[in-house]
Design a protein around this ligand. Structure first.
Ligand code: FES
Length: 127
């Protein structure tokens, strides 16, 4: 696809296209996908931390509260600030991603409709 790159999530192999000037998280969300946890969408929460393991990219300004210099040098970025310059392969790197992955394995949808599963909170059964 001209003017767009393929973004692949390493642990699942799932992928989607991202236009060359669009942020990865926003493009994913526009396609109705939930492959990376979605939070504030503006670099303020750290929910969407990913590690770029392959490909080239640029980022918009990222808060040091969520991505340290060492993180950044290791390829850890915020997907809501990440703009691809080639095809990318990403690993999930957010602190909550263990919970996210467990929720997905258990059939939950993570953020969104069933956020209670992603948070590990289950409804109290009625007596
Ligand atoms: S979604 Fe909050 S920092 Fe990316």
């Amino acid at each position: 696809m001209a003017g767009s790159f393929t973004v692949t999530i390493a642990d699942s192999g799932a992928n989607f296209h991202c236009p060359e000037d669009e942020r990865v998280l926003i493009s994913m969300e526009k396609q109705g996908l939930r492959l990376i946890p979605i939070g504030c969408r503006g670099g303020g929460c750290g929910t969407c931390r990913v590690k770029v393991t392959e490909g080239s990219y640029r980022t918009r300004k990222m808060s040091r509260a969520h991505v340290s210099e060492a993180d950044e040098q290791a390829g850890i970025v915020l997907a809501c600030r990440l703009i691809p310059e080639s095809d990318l392969v990403l690993g999930l790197a957010g602190e909550g991603n263990g919970v996210w992955n467990r929720a997905r394995e258990q059939g939950g949808k993570g953020h969104g409709v069933n956020g209670s599963i992603a948070c590990g909170i289950r409804p109290i059964p009625r007596a």
